[in-house]
Each structure stands twice: as C-alpha cells, then as structure tokens.
Design a protein around this ligand. Structure first.
Ligand code: GLN
Length: 231
C-alpha cells in the first residue's frame, strides 16, 4: 500500500509538501505511521503538479525517494497551486518501473492510487501507461470521467471484494479523494487543503475521512459524500 498526498491552494513548494514536514512522504517512504499493508514504500516515487499555464508536469522514478540524488535540491524551487505526490510499495507481481508509479495522467488530471485491484475486473485498455493495476484503474477513471469517480470506485469495489481503492486526483482547480479500504486524512490550512494517506505532522486540524467516502475540495471547501457500499 503506497502513500500519497494532494494539495490545492496557494502556491507552495513541492519540498514543503513532500520533504520538510516531520512525517512527510519522504519519511513515510521508510517509516509510515498508519500503513497496514507493507512496511516500506521503496519501489519508487512521483510528483505531478500544474504549472502557471495549467500544464501537468511530472517527475517519477522507480527508486526510493530517500535515495534520490537530485530531488531534494530542486523540490524547494518547484512551486504550484495543485500537487499530487506519491511513494510506492509495489504489489507482488507488478512491474517496477517509473511508468508504473503514480501520478498517472490523461493530460488534464493527475491521479494516484493506494491499494490493489484484480486486473481481471478492469476493462482492457490501450491508454494505460503501464500494466500495473493502478495504471489500468487510472485509465478506467479517466475514461469514465472524474465526475463519475465515486460511482466508478463503488462499481470496481463491488466487482472485486478484496480491492482497496484509495484515490487522490487533481486537475488544477479541483482536488478529489476516495477512501475504500485504507486511511485518508484532510488538513484545511489557511492557504489551502491537503489530502494525505496519513498526516504529515501532528497538527490538531487533521481530520480522518471515514471509509468508502468521496472527498471533494473546491474553492477551498471540503465536501464528503458516502459512496455506494459504504457501511
Ligand atoms: N497496486 C499498486 C502497485 O503495485 C499500488 C500499490 C500500493 O498501493 N502499495 O503499485
């Protein structure tokens, strides 16, 4: 089970989100606090963000975040209003490659998946970036459209009862998340909103999202909706 994070708000540096907090994704890559599946997230990392023209930019790697020779020096000067970052613990049998590492994109959205899904329940697609389950799921979500994210997750979850389907997705003006089998927390800051698999610090404003919910952040407000199949 990987760990991921999304940001929507004022411009912040990628380092401020992923590297600097005491339990940032960097620390979560070797010492996650809430991870139930897997101990390490050493199979790669990725960050995507929207630039000032709204173009999705990505940097992904199949090596551990803590071992990257260059990212820590560049991340402080990468600023964006909308960021999706992830560290990966590959599911057994899945490819180890940068293309299998979140965030995935269709050119408009950036999307990360924490979890596992039986690829047999997903439709075959030519547009997936990798054969990893997460890329196939991302391709299905992009194909259906992000307005249907909650319905798509509930449908896939019903087709594969063992699936874990936590998503973080963003397009520059919207930030979405789902919980389906794993943790997700929200932090509403004065300058924006963070969605994260687990809190990156001990600020008292972090709130846990209940399982099987859709979270939508728009105009600085956070909306929670129960998904079909929620307890
Ligand atoms: N199943 C995905 C992969 O293999 C995601 C794994 C995870 O969430 N740990 O990369």
């Amino acid at each position: 089970m990987c760990r991921h994070l999304g940001w929507l708000g004022a411009p912040v540096s990628v380092a401020e989100l992923m590297l600097e907090p005491p339990s940032a994704l960097l620390v979560q890559s070797y010492a996650p606090r809430r991870q139930k599946h897997g101990l390490l997230n050493a199979d790669g990392w990725g960050v995507g963000f929207f630039d000032d023209e709204g173009v999705a930019r990505r940097w992904r790697s199949a090596t551990p975040l803590w071992g990257d020779a260059s990212f820590a020096s560049i991340a402080p000067v990468l600023h964006s209003r909308c960021v999706v970052g992830a560290v990966r613990s590959a599911t057994i049998g899945m490819p180890l490659e940068a293309a299998a590492t979140a965030p995935f994109t269709d050119g408009h959205w950036l999307l990360s998946h924490n979890g596992i899904v039986d690829r047999g329940v997903l439709p075959a697609t030519k547009t997936a970036e990798s054969v990893v389950d997460s890329a196939l799921l991302a391709a299905l979500i992009f194909d259906r459209g992000l307005d249907e994210l909650g319905a798509t997750i509930a449908e896939v979850g019903a087709a594969d009862p063992n699936a874990r389907l936590n998503i973080v997705a963003a397009n520059g003006s919207r930030l979405l998340g789902t919980t389906w089998g794993d943790t997700l927390s929200v932090l509403q800051r004065p300058d924006g909103v963070v969605l994260a698999s687990e809190p990156y610090d001990d600020h008292p404003d972090w709130r846990d999202v209940p399982d099987r919910h859709l979270v939508e952040v728009r105009n600085g407000r956070v909306h929670l909706t129960a998904l079909k199949g929620a307890p």
